[in-house]
Ligand binder design. Sequence first.
Ligand SMILES: [Ca+2]
Ligand SMILES: [Ca+2]
Length: 334
Amino acid sequence: MKDFPLNKTGVSPLSRASKRGSILLFALVMVLVTAIIILQVQLKTQSQLQQSAFLFSKVRLQSSILSNAQLLLQRLADDDNLLVDHPSEAWAKPEDISDPTGISLKLSIHDAQQYFDLNNVYVSRPNLTTRKNAEILVDLFNMTGDFSPSEKIQSLLDWIDPDDEGFRESFFYEKKDPGYSCPNTWLSSMGELLWVNGFSPSYFERQKTLQAAETFNHSFEETFTIFPVKRNQAIKVNINSAPKHVLQSILGQSQEAFVDAVIAWRRDTPIQSLEKFNFQMSPSLLQDLNHYVDVKSSFFTLKATAYEAGHRVEVLALLHRSSQGDVEVIQWQM
Ligand SMILES: [Ca+2]
Ligand SMILES: [Ca+2]
């Protein structure tokens, strides 16, 4: 277990074997919501009543999101081709809903594997590849306007790898005030990065005001993601949804023409298989492609916003879909 105060989000240990489980998950959340409502009506003072009204509205909005999100989750589970995923598929259609109680909702599901998972920093590479992990990571950080990311990348590796051998292991963080240990396991969320050497609130603020050339002006959130799961091999980027700068960083800047061709191919029709490229690439470049790129996804993001009489609530959830099509929420951000 990690012994430092982590992010605001939690990884749900819930797992289940069938699609009915998602309904069970929502029922559980509804019980919690009801408990919170009962707590609210027990508050007594005037300021508490005002706060109570705000919290009551927040709970109502969250509750409406949870019940309406089932439609989109079911759509993701009902995808009739689990071997290929593309933003034109039915699950990616956003929904604007007005519920009977006057709450307005915007809900959408996005392919989370369009971005590069930072936990892939600690995954061994096959021998044939032309590009080392660190080279790919450096290119990706460069795309966000960070031109000196090497120490951050090494710090991420020490943060995740199981040993204590490195310059940014527990002995380094224990000297801080307050000190904390290096978790030596997979990153659980973007929030956790703030505990890793080299990252800080100002680092991410810098991203927002960056005036670098357009090529290197991509936001951190539109380049990287974090899937809080263990893996033996890289969790791949989906060639049908990844932005150009992500694909180009994986394959190398020399592959811009190829990446441009990919973007054109996939515009209207999904790329069905990477075999399409077998005769267009060197064997080593093909290894790079197959190690980090796929045509389907298992991780998705649910984004939801609910509005009511001046109150607004946003919910983000990380979803996992199994190879059989079972969908579960593995992380809430409320
Ligand atoms: Ca699909
Ligand atoms: Ca370590």
